[in-house]
Design a protein around this ligand. Sequence first.
Ligand SMILES: *Cc1c(COP(=O)(O)O)cnc(C)c1O
Length: 428
Amino acid sequence: MDLNFDRNHVWHPYTSTLEPLTCYPVSHASGNQIHLESGETLIDGMSSWWAAIHGYNHPQLNQAAMKQLEQMSHVMFGGLTHQPAVNLCKKLLQLVPSSLQHVFLADSGSVAVEVALKMALQYWHSRGESRPRFLTLRHGYHGDTFAAMSVTDPENSMHRLYKGFLPEHIFADSPQTGFHDEWNPQDIEDFQHQIEQHHQTIAAVILEPIVQGAGGMRIYHPRYLQEVRKLCDQYNILLIADEIATGFGRTGKLFACEHAGIEPDILCVGKALTGGYMTLSATLTTRHVAETVCAGEAHCFMHGPTFMGNPLACAVAEASLSLIENGEWQTQVQQIETFFAKNLPQLQQYEMVKEVRWIGAIGVVETHIPVKMEQIQAHFVSQGVWIRPFGRLIYIMPPYISAADDLSQLVQAIESALQQPALFSLAE
Ligand SMILES: *Cc1c(COP(=O)(O)O)cnc(C)c1O
């Protein structure tokens, strides 16, 4: 592969054109293995950012894609419909709480969030109320588009850079009580305070249930979510659950909201929806919200991407949900969680480690010092694993199919990195 061309012309996520970091050329991937052009094989610890839950090159997903390709890969969704979209939405509705009755298919996680926020705004507009603000949590992450950025943590994100362009929303303190800790009622106080003070202007609360992902890999107490649901009901505010990272079994429940036994008014899913094959997301809502939105001045919901309901993506997503339906994920995720519970705590012995935590098939090692990206990446590749840390977080969320030996290899690679101070930046 022409790596020079890649370095000089192809932008990668969050990278500089001035000093591009090393990218490793991949020739193919299958199961939980990523094969590099160099001939090396890497055990995957990332599921390509939460997405490839069943592993790569899956026979059933391949078959669904090939079958659909012979029918049509795309057709516009305005005024036309098709079996793959109907089948997928049917399956989705069987998996989510029964109060969610309408599915809006979108093309990426960020767009699903934009759609959710627009639904909430149109809902209040229809009711003749001006509610221009959202209440959300510090350490949250909801995507890279403008509205999604505006509800993403103001400290760790692009707020400063885009000040003046981004609407300013309301941020409550993020939960401090860990998932397994004893609930501390003080945790909800700031959220309660914010909602009491601002409820007349708030359209909706948006949050990531149980696991705050890209904003810090924080795993919090289900009681926080229950309190949020109660306060939203009390003040008549919509609750948007962003399950783009947590959806489809990653936390040990099909959806993370289930840990708290609560139901959102609007639900966003993405990432693992197609089993990591293609970009597709969905925003689901209740009959009440949908009908209120559509009874308003616009008489419809004002959104419609060109590639909405892409048949190829829908067909693969339906096949992925069929794999979910067979229930095997539950045992697989449980086994990964048991493995983490047994093997992650011992990493606490290293000076570099601030905290280890895990839930379902998510394992996190938080260090005191940020990693040196280039160096630690090379280290992991030399250990035969694919793990991509950021800042002070080394985390893994392997495909559900990962075997115990492979999980061991991932944890051993992390352990060996923790013993090498040269892989960490002492500058901070
Ligand atoms: C990744 C992510 C998004 C954004 O999804 P994209 O497909 O990258 O646009 C939104 N919310 C959460 C919680 C995510 O993890």
